[in-house]
Design a protein around this ligand. Structure first.
Ligand SMILES: [Zn+2]
Length: 283
């Protein structure tokens, strides 16, 4: 199980979408950043200071601080915009037990939520619309799951930089309550994505997949394993070929799921437990 991921998170949009979130990809996000990530350890949450701050403003930065200012922006309606895959200037100086001092930018994914923060002493979720709060919870859960980390690896800017910079963001967020909600979400399998019109999808029922199988249904299996069960399938190639790695990931899924036979074969029971979608063949 990887505890550390190397390289930029080019998987951001896919992982968030697989969580069922409304995702917008800001043009150029894959190449935007102040450098390349080498060791991602967790997630840091912020408020922008204004209810109307846009994802574009996070990409552009401020006169005193060039953008990107974070990797993700969450609007008040719950829309999650992927702003950058590279390192962003969001953390500044500060410290936290699993971070090297003042190095938060190089080790955490930053989330800027369009919110005034209300005040440093405001009660939990005051002025946080349900859509924005649940998008935050689900984004953090998706990222922690992808990083192979628990909910404890989501921290607030105020926890890292409160003493060093007097930061109090995210305001009106009790970080322990947020982490509890993230932990609950991590323990729940993501809901299946909403089928797009015109693309026939459904629950897989009558096709067996096993070592040697090939095609789009195998690719869909690999995608499902890789993005929803990345703790042990994160390195899986989505190549549509059911090889030894795919079989090992299927066995691991079966081992961790009560009631499944551990045979490395995807039949109806395993497919249902995986919430695998049926992909119609192009012909
Ligand atoms: Zn902040």
């Amino acid at each position: 199980m990887p505890s550390v991921w190397r390289g930029d998170p080019l998987w951001l949009a896919d992982v968030l979408r697989a969580e069922g979130l409304d995702v917008v990809e800001l043009t150029g996000w894959r190449r935007r950043g102040h450098g390349v990530f080498s060791d991602m350890r967790g997630v840091m949450v912020h408020h922008t200071g204004s209810n109307s701050a846009t994802a574009q403003s996070i990409a552009a930065g401020r006169p005193d601080l060039p953008g990107p200012l974070s990797q993700l922006h969450i609007a008040r309606d719950g829309t999650v915009t992927v702003v950058a895959a590279g390192v962003a200037w969001h953390a500044g100086v500060g410290m936290y037990p699993w971070l090297p001092a003042n190095m938060g930018n190089w080790h955490t994914i930053g989330i800027e939520c369009a919110n005034t923060g209300t005040s440093p002493s405001a009660p939990h979720r005051r002025n946080w619309p349900d859509a924005q709060y649940s998008a935050l919870v689900n984004s953090c859960a998706a990222l922690c799951r992808r990083l192979g980390q628990p909910a404890a690896r989501t921290i607030g800017h105020k926890e890292y930089a409160g003493r060093a910079q007097g930061k109090w963001d995210p305001g009106a967020i009790d970080m322990d309550m947020l982490r509890r909600d993230i932990a609950d979400r991590i323990g729940t399998a993501p809901s299946p994505p909403t089928p797009r019109p015109g693309v026939p999808v459904g629950y897989y029922a009558d096709v067996l997949l096993y070592r040697g199988s090939t095609g789009p249904q195998v690719a869909e299996l690999q995608r499902r394993l890789k993005y929803a069960y990345s703790a042990y399938a994160g390195d899986l190639d989505i190549d549509g070929v059911f090889g030894p790695e795919t079989e090992a990931a299927v066995r691991e899924f079966q081992r961790r799921t009560a009631g499944l036979r551990i045979d490395g074969i995807v039949g109806p029971a395993t497919a249902a437990a995986l919430r695998l979608r049926l992909v119609s063949s192009p012909d």
